[in-house]
Design a binder for this molecule. Structure first.
Ligand SMILES: *Cc1c(COP(=O)(O)O)cnc(C)c1O
Length: 377
């Protein structure tokens, strides 16, 4: 019998049966009173859990659409932006800035480390930026930015807006909108929410909504806050068809989050990440992200000498676990292991055991299975 595939990539993450069931429900009309009530509840929960007095937008699309939505509603062509990048997805924000014609400065780190917040402070002191763009967890490096500290540096009084890409962080890494001076937080449904791909989620704090008003009509149509706001206030109205079943799936994900408690969910991710990352190091792997800035949502795992990436990942699939390859210059040198969302101890132990078996099958000389002994003590 073939092993069932555990999808342990950094999104889509494992979808638990109760969420999967929502996808299979008979699709309702978007004006159906039951659906309107459910959508309202989803929006209210998102605002209260992530603590904003502003707005939240849930629209059909992926994380990249959410990135485009965030900047399009706050920043005009020609305005100055500070981009802090820790890898591939930070660089994607750079590409978007380029297309939008922003005048942007880049602060970047070596892959595996972060930009020293003192450099951000310096740049802010010297220039008038409309916005600072930061990726909370860059999925290409497994590095976590000090989002709260950067929020304190920017402050709530300045004219500089703070946009955080939380696509690989939100609902797993500690994050609150208004209390951390974040003006826009954005994510996609398929990462730490454990919902299938297809929803873009964008929180916009009070300052972001004020800024949107100042801009008047913008060029973009589908991502315009002004087009979606009436629907977010009354989901019975129409602008573009909501992803009905995905909204239900998100509702079930939020039920799970409320049941667990958001802070408890952050703690669980921290604890799980520590065990997973310690075990991988003990097995003989390395980790790309430095310890002080290591994400809890995924690990970027460097191979020991002599292990071939393609062979390893192929054999790992036979053992029942799918992971992702490295990006950029780390293609072939590491694999990316997601461990965010609704994953439990069964999934974690099965994944680690499959990794240990695969390492042995690839001819590794050590005893990686011994790193699992801690589970039996
Ligand atoms: C996955 C990811 C994205 C892109 O999201 P898509 O849903 O693939 O468009 C953007 N930023 C980060 C940090 C991500 O991890």
């Amino acid at each position: 019998m073939k092993n069932e595939k555990l999808v342990m990539i950094p999104g889509p993450t494992p979808v638990v049966p109760s969420i999967q069931r929502e996808m299979g429900r008979k699709t309702a009309a978007f004006k159906d009173p039951d659906f309107v009530r459910d959508f309202k509840e989803v929006l209210a929960d998102l605002k209260s859990l992530w603590q904003t007095k502003g707005e939240v937008f849930v629209v059909p699309g992926s994380g990249t659409l959410a990135m485009e939505m965030a900047v399009s509603n706050l920043i005009k062509t020609g305005e100055k932006v500070l981009l802090v990048t820790h890898g591939y997805f930070g660089d994607r924000f750079g590409e978007i800035c380029e297309r939008k014609g922003y005048d942007y400065d880049i602060l970047q780190s070596e892959w595996g480390s972060i930009v020293d917040p003192a450099r951000i402070e310096e740049a802010l002191a010297k220039n008038d930026y409309r916005a600072v763009l930061v990726t909370h967890v860059d999925t290409s490096t497994g590095v976590k930015a000090p989002v709260e500290e950067i929020g304190e540096i920017i402050g709530s009084a300045s004219d500089t807006l703070y946009i955080v890409d939380g696509v690989c962080a939100t609902a797993a890494e500690r994050e609150y909108v208004d209390p951390m001076n974040i003006d826009i937080l954005l994510t996609g449904s398929q990462k730490a929410f454990g919902v299938p791909p297809g929803l873009a989620i964008v929180w916009a704090g009070p300052r972001a909504m004020e800024r949107r008003k100042e801009l008047g009509q913008i060029r973009e149509y589908y991502v315009d806050f002004d087009k979606w706001l009436p629907i977010m206030h009354d989901p019975g109205k129409y602008f573009a068809t909501p992803a009905v079943n995905l909204v239900w799936a998100l509702q079930e994900s939020l039920r799970i989050i409320k049941d667990e408690g958001l802070e408890a969910r952050f703690t669980r991710h921290r604890q799980d990440a520590r065990i997973i990352q310690d075990t991988l190091l003990e097995m003989g792997f390395g980790l790309l992200a430095e310890k002080h800035c290591r994400a809890v949502t995924l690990s970027n795992v460097l191979y020991p000498e002599g292990i071939d990436d393609e062979e390893f990942r192929e054999k790992l699939v036979e053992e029942g676990v799918v992971v992702a390859g490295g990006l950029g210059e780390y293609a072939g040198k590491l694999f990316r292991l997601g461990h965010m969302g609704n994953i439990d101890q069964h999934i974690i132990i099965s994944t680690l055991a499959a990794i240990a078996r695969t390492l042995k099958r690839c001819g590794f000389a050590g005893e990686p299975g011994k790193a699992l002994n801690k589970y039996f003590q």
